[in-house]
Design a binder for this molecule. Structure first.
Ligand code: HEC
Ligand code: HEC
Ligand code: HEC
Ligand code: HEC
Ligand code: HEC
Length: 195
């Protein structure tokens, strides 16, 4: 499947597939219209994005203190201890307040850094963690398909054990996804990953 390896051949394959799909009157027709729209938006957005952002991303700020380095690194908790649905669902999920509180009634209960957990509990309001990853809405993704095939979290999320709050270390570009699918006999048809 080396045909996917360079952006140029990828683009050629894309254009060929799009053309084939819009000729054959299959449901792929609808997909390709949406993808064409997405492509047009991306071309414009890339230009604007490059103009506005040029360079590195600013770290994502969170409303409360949390450290993956301490919990997953030092304490050694498994990722799925907190992200419990990764194995059985499309989403990995974030831990509810009770998970944090369960430990922190005992561990450093009086720490100022832990205070937001108790405050949120008293008000019965969840901590609203900011979203770190966000695929465009026309992309389909499924955690369980990958986790059950033993793809490690770090392949797609980087060395989270060494991070405080999570940051985007791996870019989830189409090339990134397609390359690994090609190498592992995973589906390559457009509708596997696109609505
Ligand atoms: C094959 C790549 C891949 C693997 C493996 C993977 N993730 Fe993800 N993860 C993603 C992508 C892509 C998103 C963004 C999804 C979106 O925006 O719809 C994401 C989003 C998330 C999110 C936020 C949204 C949600 O699903 O709750 C969490 C938390 C997460 N991943 C944790 C994990 C953990 C923990 C593991 C290992 C058990 C893992 N991921 C394995 C690619 C992956
Ligand atoms: C399995 C038990 C456990 C769970 C669950 C847990 N923590 Fe912790 N947490 C710890 C331990 C152990 C430490 C390290 C304490 C130390 O430094 O002695 C810690 C440290 C912290 C600290 C730093 C405290 C300080 O004063 O240095 C914060 C903040 C924190 N946790 C927040 C959270 C949040 C938010 C959650 C839920 C998302 C959570 N914890 C879930 C066990 C846990
Ligand atoms: C003690 C609970 C806990 C453990 C253990 C834990 N996480 Fe998290 N994780 C969180 C919390 C709370 C957030 C939300 C704050 C943030 O973004 O860092 C989060 C966020 C994330 C996100 C970003 C979600 C998004 O919005 O896109 C990813 C990815 C992630 N974790 C991966 C991992 C991986 C991989 C491991 C194992 C190495 C792991 N986590 C272990 C609690 C945990
Ligand atoms: C490390 C390799 C790897 C990466 C990276 C990867 N995948 Fe996968 N993907 C797989 C494997 C392996 C399967 C399982 C195929 C199977 O079960 O037959 C899979 C399955 C899937 C499925 C389920 C398909 C189906 O019809 O069952 C979707 C959807 C998917 N991947 C989307 C994505 C997206 C989107 C990305 C990028 C954000 C991505 N994948 C990145 C290896 C990968
Ligand atoms: C393994 C998953 C996967 C497969 C298979 C896949 N795509 Fe994608 N595609 C993605 C992801 C992820 C993005 C979003 C990339 C981003 O946000 O940077 C994307 C984005 C796009 C875009 C928007 C423009 C761009 O490059 O970001 C178009 C158009 C597109 N795909 C067309 C297709 C077509 C046509 C096919 C079939 C030949 C296809 N894709 C197959 C994962 C996939």
């Amino acid at each position: 499947m080396t045909a996917w390896r360079t952006p140029a051949t990828l683009l050629t394959r894309l254009i060929t597939t799009l053309t084939e799909q819009s000729v054959s009157r299959t449901p792929g027709n609808l997909v390709s219209v949406r993808l064409m729209a997405a492509l047009a938006v991306t071309v414009v957005a890339t230009g604007v994005g490059a103009f506005l952002a040029f360079g590195s991303e600013t770290p994502i700020e969170q409303p409360a203190s949390f450290s993956h380095r301490i919990h997953a690194g030092q304490v050694g908790l498994d990722c799925q201890f907190c992200h419990t649905s990764a194995r059985r669902s499309t989403v990995a999920g974030l831990p509810p307040l009770t998970t944090c509180r369960g430990c922190h009634l005992e561990v450093k209960p009086d720490s100022d850094l832990v205070a937001p957990i108790h405050a949120a509990w008293d008000q019965q309001e969840p901590i609203e963690w900011m979203q770190v990853h966000d695929l465009p809405e026309y992309v389909r993704f499924d955690h369980s398909a990958h986790v059950n095939r033993d793809v490690d979290c770090s392949t797609c999320h980087g060395d989270v054990k060494s991070m405080e709050t999570a940051q985007r270390e791996v870019t989830h570009s189409m090339g990134f996804c397609v390359q690994c699918h090609a190498d592992n006999d995973a589906p390559l048809d457009c509708t596997a990953c696109h609505y």
